[in-house]
Unconditional design. Structure first.
Length: 317
């Protein structure tokens, strides 16, 4: 048991470091292929949003099972034939760790906003936000970037590490596939409100540990600073508990306001406002990326410490 955990932690650390040092463009990353597959699949099995809600939910569940089963069967087939199963696990982890591409996107967005290129920044933000960004002001772009970058880091780094150590490559793969399906079939869009429920529920369950761990680290990163809890103004549907804790702690750590309404395909979604004394600026996005870099270093350090402890347990001689 200790030996298998040792190899898992070591492989996770090496894969995370490789994905960090050798980033792949989002357009070329394997994640983009899965996202396009989800889009095409939705067009085939969900052509009419006017169908009864029960039929839409059933179609969404079957579509999610298809998205999960094809990669899992492919992985299991290679796993049975492979002489180096750890190499196969490393490939799966490298495909799941896509944070480096979004970090580069965040830095590019900062540069464009600092240069006053608001139109280009709106277009660039589309890949990050996966919602309508054409009408966003600079303040709206900064708020959306802060929330999206924080959530994506927890999903694409912390959740993958957690579920790989708990359930192996299959767990990490299921986690990432559910996240992608939930993003492409967002229940915030009217046409996917029923169809995307299964993917949203599974993704939410997979993300809960990552959001809670992320909130704890943000809390530790605010120790020693005079930060006050944000005042939450409830407007529309509340955030899920784990996500609300994460965003509340983000608002407290950066000391800036977050939340507010968002537009998805010309449809406005009312969300709670997390009110602070200051509104966010572009520099806060750079501050956040620095904090997330430190969190990544912490996870690498924890994995290395875990490897050292397991080494002494697994090989006592």
């Amino acid at each position: 048991m200790a030996e298998s955990l040792l190899f898992a932690a070591a492989l996770c650390a090496v894969s995370l470091l490789a994905a960090w040092l050798l980033p792949v463009s989002l357009q070329l990353h394997p994640v983009s292929l899965v996202a396009r597959f989800c889009q095409k699949l939705a067009l085939k099995v969900h052509p009419d949003a006017g169908r009864p809600a029960a039929q839409q939910r059933l179609a969404g569940l079957l579509a999610l099972l298809l998205v999960l089963s094809l990669p899992l069967l492919l992985w299991y087939g290679f796993y049975l034939m492979s002489s180096w199963p750890l190499l196969l696990d490393a490939i799966i982890l490298l495909c799941c760790f896509s944070w480096a591409g979004y970090r580069q996107l965040g830095l590019s967005l900062c540069r464009q906003l600092e240069q006053g290129q608001l139109a280009q920044a709106r277009q660039q933000a589309q890949l990050l936000l996966l919602r309508d960004s054409k009408a966003l002001s600079q303040l709206g772009l900064v708020k959306a970037a802060l929330e999206s970058l924080t959530v994506r880091f927890q999903q694409q780094v912390v959740a993958i590490i957690f579920w790989y150590l708990i359930a192996g490559a299959a767990g990490a793969l299921c986690c990432r596939l559910c996240q992608i399906a939930s993003q492409q079939w967002s229940v915030k869009r009217p046409e996917f409100r029923e169809f995307g429920r299964a993917a949203a529920l599974c993704s939410r369950l997979f993300n809960v540990p990552a959001y809670l761990l992320g909130a704890i680290l943000l809390r530790l990163q605010s120790v020693g600073r005079q930060a006050q809890a944000p005042v939450e103004r409830t407007e529309g549907k509340a955030f899920p508990v784990s996500r609300r804790l994460l965003l509340q702690q983000l608002s407290r750590t950066l000391k800036v306001s977050l939340g507010g309404p968002a537009r998805y395909q010309q449809h406005e979604v009312r969300r709670p406002r997390l009110q602070q004394r200051y509104e966010p600026v572009v520099a806060d996005v750079r501050r956040l990326l620095t904090l997330l870099d430190y969190q990544l270093y912490i996870w690498l350090l924890l994995l290395c410490l875990c490897c050292c402890l397991l080494w002494f347990v697994a090989i006592p001689g």
